[in-house]
Each structure stands twice: as C-alpha cells, then as structure tokens.
Design a protein around this ligand. Structure first.
Ligand SMILES: Cc1cc2nc3c(=O)[nH]c(=O)nc-3n(C[C@H](O)[C@H](O)[C@H](O)COP(=O)(O)OP(=O)(O)OC[C@H]3O[C@@H](n4cnc5c(N)ncnc54)[C@H](O)[C@@H]3O)c2cc1C
Length: 465
C-alpha cells in the first residue's frame, strides 16, 4: 500500500482503531420476547459491565441482564484515549459546597484507589489490556499554561493528590521531547490502557460470573420494573441506565447529559530512531494545559494516539454512527500532533475516529439510585470515565444491595443536576464556548501573556468551573 503522509488517514470511523486492530467478537444473542431478571442494565460499556460484574460477584444468585444496542464496547468505552486516570469527574468546588471539603478529599483518595482496583481486577481476571501505570504528564507550552500548571499543582496537592509534582523544563523534556515545553505537572496515579482490551475482557469476566449480555438490543423505553426493545421486554425490580453520551436519545432525556464529541488519530508505528528522539519510555499518558486540551498515549505497538475536541457537539444532541470524523477535525488533530512533535511531520496517520461522552449541565458526575422506584443511573463523567465507571459500578452495586459503605456517601451519589437549555441555545452555547477556548489558546501562545480573560468568561458561562 502507498505510504500515506500528512492528514489523509488510511481509515476513518469504523468505530475505532482499537476495534479495527483487534477485530470484533462473534455477535452475542439479542433479546427476543420477554425475560424476567433481578437487575436489568441498559448499556454495555464500562459502567454497565462493571455494575453487572460487581453485582454478580456480590450475590451470584442475582439474575443480571445487560441490554446493549449494538455490541459491548460500541460507545466511548471502545473508543477512548486509554487514560485510566484518578482525576475526579466533576467540579471540586461544587461538590465541596454541597458536601464539605473532606468529602471531596475522600473522593480523590477513592479515585486514586480506583485506578489500582481496575488494574488488580484485570490481573485477577487474566485480562491483558496493555496496562502500564506510568502516570500522567500535563505539559505547559507557553507562559499562561505554565501559570495554570503551577496553580494546578497547588490545587492537586491541597485536594488529596500528595504525589503531584511540578517538573521544570528539563525534567519534563527528559520524559517526553515536546516542542516549546516550559515545564509540566506529573502525577503517578494514571495508567495507560488499551480501551477495547479492557472492555472485552470485562464483558467476558462478567459473563463468567453469570451475567447475561444481550447485543443488538436497543432499549426504547425505560420505566420502573420494565424496559422494552423493539423485539421484547425485560421485567426487573431494578433498572439501571448506563448509557452516558447516548442518554439524550432516550425518551424524555433529550436535555439531560450533552453528548460531547471527542476525536482521536493514531499514527503509523514509529521507528526506533523516532522513539529515540521522542523518549516517552515511561509510557506516561500525555496531556497539555491548553483550554481546548489534547490527550495522548504511546500505544503498546509503538504508535501515538492523540485526541482532542474537534467538532464538539452536534445540533439536537445527535450522535454519530460509527465514529466518522470530518476533515477539519483531522487537520486540527494533525496540527496539534506536529506542533508538539515536529519530527512527525512526514509520518502517516493510520486511523481517525470519534465518540461521545456525557456532559451534565453542571459538569458533575452522577451515581444515582432510588430504592422506591428501583431506577438508577450513572455517568456524566465529562471525559474522565475510564476509571470513574469502575467506581460507579461498585457504587451502584452498594446502592442496589442497600449497603452503607464508604463509597455510597461520596459527593456524586444521588447528585441532582439540572437540564441543558433547549435548542438552539444549547448548540450556540457549546459552539461559543469552544470558539472562546480556541481564541484564548491562540492569544496565549502568540502574546506570551497570562491566562486569557476570554477563557475565564467561557468557564463561567459554560458552568465548567
Ligand atoms: C473519544 C473519547 C476519548 C475519551 N478518552 C478518555 C480517557 O482517555 N480517559 C477517560 O477517563 N475517559 C475518556 N473518555 C470518556 C470515557 O470513555 C467514558 O466516560 C466512558 O467510557 C463511559 O462509559 P459508559 O459505559 O458510561 O458509556 P459508553 O461506553 O458510551 O457505553 C454506553 C453504551 O450504551 C449503549 N446504548 C446507548 N443507548 C442504548 C439503548 N437505548 N439501549 C441499549 N444500549 C444503549 C451504547 O451502544 C454504548 O455501548 C473518552 C471518551 C471519548 C468519546
């Protein structure tokens, strides 16, 4: 095949590089007719599968059914950037205002533990997800970003990550050679994973514990005691909705979590000379301190997978089909890649794809259960869902089983969010927010000044901080 360079990717969409490089499993059975269960879960991503897994472990006699509209790992869980991160999914100040400061410190500790819990479960279940706990490096590339890095370091240590370290320019470059590096924030509590290896292994582990996972079974209505698909229904006293970025498509939930788009590219495998130049021997997950931030990992097969916002939101909370990504987004991602790694200018892009994550109006995750109706849900992790979904699984388990544990009092439990604005305000608001972040990033890198006032206003208006 001819060598593809620049921004023309060999593959676009097809759900994700992670799926196309591994290949799909044989399809599982679909729901046909009626079924009785103790717990029915809508959505076969990390949240639904971890919840099913932990419930089946806690009480093997429970009949747990997971209904998935396409196939397990079709959503963000099979498309993400592979950061198993201890970052909390939500606003610390909002959680603290409602529950007190200590509750947020406890949440941070629990997230640090959650990264290790996932790694321990993968090991115990014999799942090789290419996990390397190399930490996270958030690099600053101009003065404003460096100022935010120093502030972020103070914030992380104050709120429960005592291991967050400020790296000067040389220490940062010694880890990863990124152009224009000023310095970085490093925390050891993040692991790189292959998202699909995680979700496939988790689905198989849940099934080994007796969970019934049905695919090609799109739920069209969710009510207390019953969910329906076009071909059947499941009756169960407990109904859990675990559909994150797809939630707005369910009846009555259009203005709930906003399906925020995120896109990734993956390079062709890099040769040893390029890796020699770049470094990245620790397999740290890599982010930056820009407002429209990027995230990346060095993959197990020697590529760089790099993601960012692209087209952030589609009118009317629509989601794409199979991750097809527009040319403008591809160009934007490629610009970020080559600006950070100029030596990759002639390296080919093998695959680009996109996915949706769930953003609540107040940017705070929810893990909710009402024992009177038996209805529950979890999600809204605003891009920090890989580890948080595991915590959600354990939390929903405890809430469903009526257990009072240290995790059922964390701030995101039974958190009440409000709805997004109706269209066209929703679309206009998100477009304006990301346009503001891009403008702020441009100004900061051109002027060498501190954090742009435009970004501060966008933060306030969007409800992000
Ligand atoms: C491109 C991208 C990059 C990301 N990178 C990271 C990262 O590096 N680190 C991080 O922590 N987080 C990241 N995230 C976020 C993280 O991947 C998600 O928060 C997490 O995977 C959510 O898991 P979930 O199970 O709640 O949702 P999903 O994985 O989206 O699963 C929901 C499932 O529900 C199914 N479904 C939807 N509607 C129905 C229905 N009506 N009936 C039946 N089934 C239905 C879907 O098909 C889907 O499989 C990223 C997200 C995206 C999109």
């Amino acid at each position: 095949m001819a060598r593809v360079t620049g921004t023309a990717p060999r593959r676009n969409g097809e759900v994700s590089f992670w799926w196309s490089s591994i290949g799909r499993d044989a399809p599982r059975e679909s729901l046909r007719g009626s079924l009785d269960a103790d717990v029915v879960i809508v959505g076969g991503g990390y949240t639904g599968l971890w919840t099913a897994y932990y419930l089946a472990e806690a009480d093997p006699s429970l009949r747990v059914v997971v209904l998935e509209s396409r196939f397990a790992g079709f959503g963000a869980s099979g498309r993400n950037g592979g950061w198993l991160t201890s970052a909390i999914a939500g606003s610390r100040s909002r959680y603290a205002a409602a529950h007190g400061r200590q509750a947020v410190v406890d949440l941070q500790r629990e997230m640090i533990h959650t990264v290790d819990e996932v790694l321990a479960r993968l090991a115990a279940e014999g799942v090789d997800a290419d996990a390397v706990k190399g930490g996270v490096l958030s690099v600053a590339r101009n003065r404003a970003q460096w100022e935010r890095t120093v502030a972020a370091h103070a914030e992380e240590t104050a709120w429960g990550d005592p291991d967050a370290t400020l790296l000067d320019r040389d220490a940062s470059l010694a880890r990863i050679a990124i152009a224009d590096t000023r310095g970085a924030l490093f925390s050891p509590h993040t692991a790189r994973i292959n998202p699909v290896k995680l979700v496939r292994g988790l689905a198989a582990a849940a099934e080994r514990r007796g969970v019934v996972l049905l695919e090609d079974s799109e739920v069209v209505s969710v009510a207390p005691g019953r969910v329906r698909t076009a071909a059947g229904a499941v009756e169960a006293p407990v109904v859990l909705r675990c559909t994150e970025g797809f939630t707005a498509a369910l009846p009555g939930l259009r203005r709930s979590w906003l399906p925020m788009n995120s896109s990734l590219l993956v390079t062709e495998p890099l040769g040893p000379e390029l890796w020699e130049e770049i470094g990245w021997d620790g397999c740290e997950t890599l982010g930056d301190m820009a407002h429209a931030y990027m995230y990346a990992q060095r993959t197990a097969d020697g590529r760089i997978a790099l993601g960012g916002r692209g087209v952030p939101y589609r009118y009317g909370s629509r989601t794409d089909a199979d991750g097809d990504t527009p040319p403008l987004t591809i160009r934007q991602l490629h610009t970020v890649l080559t600006s950070m790694f100029p030596m990759l200018r002639d390296v080919g892009i093998d695959h680009v794809w996109s996915g949706v994550l769930g953003v609540p109006r107040d940017w705070c995750a929810q893990m909710n259960f009402d024992p009177t109706t038996g209805l529950g849900h979890a999600g809204g992790y605003v891009g920090h869902g890989v580890a948080t979904a595991n915590l959600a699984g354990r939390t929903l388990r405890d809430l469903v089983l009526g257990r009072d544990t240290s995790i059922t009092t964390l701030p995101h439990v039974n958190w009440a969010g409000r709805n997004w604005e109706p269209e066209p305000l929703r679309w206009l608001g998100v477009q304006a927010m990301y346009a503001a972040y891009r403008t702020a990033d441009r100004r900061e890198s051109r002027s060498g000044s501190g954090t742009s006032v435009i970004a501060r206003i966008a933060d306030k208006v969007s409800g992000r901080h």
